[in-house]
Structure formats: C-alpha cells, structure tokens
Write a protein that binds this ligand. Structure first.
Ligand code: ADP
Length: 310
C-alpha cells in the first residue's frame, strides 16, 4: 500500500540537542499509535509532519506534498488535536469550533453547519452555547477534537487525546476515532503513553526512543506470540505441575497476574498439559492462547535502544 507519510533519514537538532536521529518511517492508512517515553521525540516528529519545524536533514513526502515545501497545503489536509488547551477565553464551545472552521477557510454558513454536525457527533448538547472556561476536562477535549476535524481533513493527528478523561469519556472518544477511521476512511496518528489505548484501537504501532524508530509493526503481528504459547490459570500443586511440564520439555513463566505462560506447546504437546495436571493433582481453571502484551514489547524496545545509546 502506498504510504501517506514517508520520512527518510530525518534528523532534527535544537542547537546541540538531537531530538530526531535518522528517522525512517512510512505511515499508511488506518490508525497508527505513536509511543515513546518522555523526550523520545514524538512532539518533534508531529511538528515535522505538520511542517511547523524545519528539519536539520532528511526528506519526506506528506500526503503527496514534499516536506518543507508545501506547509500550508499539508496543514489543510491534516486535522491536529494538540495535547494542551488552545482556545480563546470568553468564547462558547460552538464559537471555538466555528472559529477553527473559519481559519481553515470554510465559508461562514458552511462552517456553522459543519460545527454543529461535528458537535452532535461528539455528543455535545446545549453545553455548546456555554463559555468554554466553564467546561470540564472531558468537554474541553470534545471541543478540541471537534475543532481538529471540522474542516474534514484526510489525516488526523491526536496528541494524548485521552489524557485527563474518565473511563467512559475515554471509551467514547476512542470509539469516535474508530468510527472516523472505519466509516469516513480517515487515517489517524495518535501520540500517547497510554498503551491500552493503542491496544484498543490501533492497527499499527510505532515506538520512538532517543529520536529513533525502534519498532514499527502491525498490532496483529505484535499480538501474535513468536512461539506457540498457552496461557494457563491453575490451582493445586503448581510447583509439581510446572516441574512435570519441564521434564516434558515445556517452559513455563509466571506473569504478574499469576497466570502461567507455557511456551513451545504444539498440538501433540497440548495433551501433556492435561496429563501433568492429572499426575500432580492440579486443576486447570482456564487455558487460552497467549498474546504478547504491548507493555513488555514497549519496555523491551526502549531498553534495547537505551543500551545501544549508552
Ligand atoms: P516527546 O514529545 O517524546 O516528549 P519532544 O519531541 O518534545 O519529545 O522532545 C525531544 C527532545 O527535544 C527532548 O530532549 C526535548 O527536551 C528537546 N526539545 C524539544 N523541543 C525543543 C526546543 N524547542 N528547544 C530545545 N529542545 C527541545
């Protein structure tokens, strides 16, 4: 698939601080999660894509436009929801969204129509006519979200979109992003440090560390264990059961949630689990194929990059 964003060997220095260090990255359609510890270079990468900072070296193509050339044309096709609040105090919610529509060049009446349509989509009711200074965090997030998408851009960038939201608001916002991707064919980049958000809605994950891309994978590939692994919850003589599996050549590791991850289980070996349980008088409470968890993948990728950079 033709990438929408293609960055080649991008380096960005702020004086003697290297924020991006030879970034090569292709972003295709779907929802991409951009992960990385603080200071990894995520915001700088977003600013590069938006054409808001000049790269020190490297090249790129953003939605068909050459990086560094057509900043305005690129920004017209991208909707950006920043992490920080950015509104003019004293305006009502609808006025903020309408203002964003006007800034993107929508005619007045069309801008007002779109603003109401988007606020309806965001579940905003009469509160849209109240001053934004009186809003809760969740309501302000909705306004920022609406302002980012009011001009119907093709590509959406959300910076920490769920920070400060309660669980219900978070789920609603993630659902709206998924609807935009699935029903309106928008492509999305979400910068976040909330791994469950990535797990919940992203199709791809990119991990940035020390200004470098250390992982760029489809979630479906990440969720697949490298060797067939079974996740077990057991009760009874756990030590004897695990030793019995060991004698049969199966390795077991206990996770933080106390489930056992048994690797190397082929269909022929699956029988062994039941035999060992019977021999050691242990009950298997549940058995399911294990998934790699994103948190361990993240920790491992960042640790490797730290070792390489130390
Ligand atoms: P992240 O968004 O992943 O936290 P940033 O892109 O904000 O990372 O920052 C990457 C590095 O660049 C950090 O070390 C940060 O201190 C530095 N940096 C970011 N912006 C500037 C700036 N305007 N001037 C100097 N250093 C900066």
């Amino acid at each position: 698939m033709h990438p929408l964003i293609s960055l080649r060997n991008i380096t960005k220095n702020y004086r003697d601080m290297r924020a991006l260090n030879g970034v090569n990255l292709d972003i295709s359609s779907g929802i991409t999660g951009l992960l990385g510890p603080n200071g990894a270079g995520k915001s700088t990468l977003i600013k590069v894509v938006l054409g808001l900072v000049r790269v020190t070296s490297g090249s790129g193509v953003i939605l068909g436009h050459r990086l560094g050339r057509d900043g305005r044309a690129i920004r017209n096709r991208i909707g950006f929801m920043p992490e920080d609040d950015c509104y003019i105090p004293g305006l009502t919610g609808i006025e903020v969204v309408q203002f964003a529509a006007a800034l993107s060049g929508l005619p007045l009446v069309e801008g007002l129509r779109r603003s109401h349509e988007i606020l309806d989509f965001c579940g905003m009711k009469q509160e849209r006519y109240r001053q934004i200074d009186t809003y809760s965090t969740g309501m302000r997030q909705k306004i920022k979200f609406a302002a980012a998408i009011v001009h119907d851009p093709d590509f959406l960038i959300f910076d920490e979109p769920t920070s400060g939201l309660d669980p219900e608001e978070r789920e609603n916002l993630l659902n709206r992003i998924r609807i935009l991707a699935d029903d309106s064919n928008k492509s999305v980049l979400i910068s976040t440090h909330i791994l469950p958000d990535v797990q919940a809605i992203c199709d791809h994950a990119v991990i940035l560390s020390h200004g470098q891309v250390v992982l760029n994978e489809d979630l479906s590939a990440l969720n697949r264990p490298t060797s067939p692994t079974i996740s077990l919850r057991i009760q009874g003589h756990e030590d004897q059961f695990i030793r019995s599996l060991g004698r049969a050549g199966l390795t077991a590791e206990q996770s933080a949630d106390l489930t056992w991850q048994i690797s190397g289980v082929s269909s022929a070996m699956a029988q062994r689990l039941w035999l060992s349980a019977r021999e050691t008088n242990t009950t298997i409470l549940s058995m399911q194929p294990a998934r790699n968890d994103l948190e361990s993948i993240f920790i491992q990728a960042v640790k490797e990059s730290e070792n390489a950079n130390s």
